[in-house]
Design a binder for this molecule. Structure first.
Ligand code: NAP
Ligand code: GDD
Length: 360
């Protein structure tokens, strides 16, 4: 039997690493594009590379979304059955500081892949998945956002992803390419980048617990998000490309929580009692009660969360929650991992890593 070949851009990122594992288990040959960096950027996939089972099944190629030659040469060589475009400057806050770069990578980078597929004569062979985002909804136009909700992007990141969404649709309509958008709501994991809020919280609290830091500084505590687990969501990306026709799908848990709720749940999991004081930029959380034997570095009344202006965006997306009925119905999908399990997994992972690094 001929094995399917997949190419993943952004393979060194959170989603790329989970999708690579998922596809290898499904007996795909997996190719990934990684960019040149001055220090190692493969920590999320090293365990796959080192696994003997995947010796002739997992390959990495240097490339960059901004270098069309690199994309064309890899695509021409591999002739993949499926391409998953996960590569992006994916941080919304950073996109305000680097709007031009963000737009180049996320918009033109996506076009570069689509054009490479076209130029390589693979339009009728290669299926294309675009990592679209709930950030497209920005200033929400409907209580729960579905595939039919109007977009209102509010950041350079979101506008760059809007171009990518539409150019994917254009290639589908113009050339009958199997090109689909997965409109994914936030999804997290122990492999989440350290500057995204959930990981910043689990890592920050772990560092406080081990006495490496005193306080966690956050921005908008009242922002509401629909948080799922990345491992659950990459299965959906695959299902989007296995559907009988190319289409666009919202993937979400349909549950919404605030950043403050996420912080509270982490402390609850750790069995540390905190209390919130003050308002707006003066809001803080103090430790009220804890087990001194379990947490020797903590002190009663210690201020463990403060607000910093620095982490607010010029144009904040306050409220996102998805309506994933279409994916549930057509792709037979249901999220498996809830927020409490997600928090447990992320907290355990960060605590364990810091504990290990301290005894080295
Ligand atoms: P991530 O962890 O930030 O990973 C981004 C990946 O893109 C990394 O592998 C990065 O490489 C690579 N990359 C960045 N610029 C590149 C370039 N110019 N050329 C080639 N590769 C480049 O993101 P993620 O959380 O896995 O998300 C995956 C995709 O889904 C992104 O497109 C994101 O915008 C989108 N998305 C994410 C979520 C979410 O909640 N996670 C929700 C909706 C949509 P380095 O490792 O070298 O930096
Ligand atoms: N990063 C960060 N750091 N966010 C904070 C902080 C902080 O200290 N304090 C509060 N927040 C708020 C942000 O303002 C935002 O409202 C919310 O927490 C979530 O922020 P992020 O975790 O950075 O994610 P995001 O929602 O902006 O973007 C992520 O999800 C999108 C899907 O909706 C990224 O993964 C995007 O790539 C993705 O498209």
């Amino acid at each position: 039997m001929k094995l399917k070949k997949a190419l993943i851009t952004g393979i060194t990122g959170q989603d790329g690493s989970y999708l690579a594992e998922f596809l290898l288990k499904k007996k795909y040959i997996v190719h990934g594009i990684k960019r040149k960096s001055s220090s190692f950027n493969t920590s999320r996939i090293d365990h796959i590379y080192e696994n003997k089972r995947y010796k002739n099944k997992f390959f990495l190629h240097y490339g960059d979304l901004l270098d069309p030659n690199s994309l064309t040469s890899v695509i021409k060589k591999i002739k993949p059955d499926e391409i998953y475009n996960f590569a992006a400057q994916s941080h919304v806050g950073v996109s305000f500081k680097l709007p031009n770069y963000t737009s180049q990578v996320n918009s033109i980078g996506t076009l570069n892949i689509l054009q490479s597929i076209y130029d390589c004569g693979l339009v009728s062979k290669t299926k294309f998945y675009q990592a679209s985002t709930s950030e497209l909804y920005g200033e929400i136009q409907e209580k729960k956002q579905s595939e039919n909700t109007k977009f209102y992007p509010k950041s350079p990141y979101a506008t760059s992803k809007l171009f990518a969404y539409w150019i994917t649709k254009n290639f589908r309509e113009s050339y009958k390419m199997f090109a689909s958008n997965g409109i994914l709501f936030n999804h997290e994991s122990p492999r989440r980048g350290e500057t995204f809020v959930t990981r910043k919280i689990t890592l920050g609290l772990s560092r406080i617990i081990f006495g490496l830091e005193n306080c966690l500084y956050l921005g908008n505590l009242y922002s509401l998000r629909d948080w799922g687990h990345a491992k659950d969501y990459v299965e959906m990306c695959w299902k989007v490309l296995q559907h009988k026709k190319p289409d666009d799908f919202v993937i979400a848990t349909e549950k919404q929580y605030s950043v403050k709720f996420f912080v509270d749940q982490c402390f609850k999991y750790l069995r540390i009692k905190i209390k919130w004081f003050g308002k707006n930029l003066n809001e803080t959380a103090k430790i009220i009660d804890f087990d001194k034997n379990q947490y020797p570095f903590l002190k009663k009344n210690m201020t463990v969360v403060k607000i910093s202006k620095k982490y607010f965006r010029p144009n904040e997306v306050n409220n996102l929650i998805g309506n994933a009925s279409k994916a549930k119905k057509l792709l037979k999908w249901k999220p498996k991992i809830d927020i409490r399990h997600l928090i447990k997994e992320m907290m355990d992972n960060d605590l364990e890593n810091i504990r290990k690094s301290k005894i080295k």
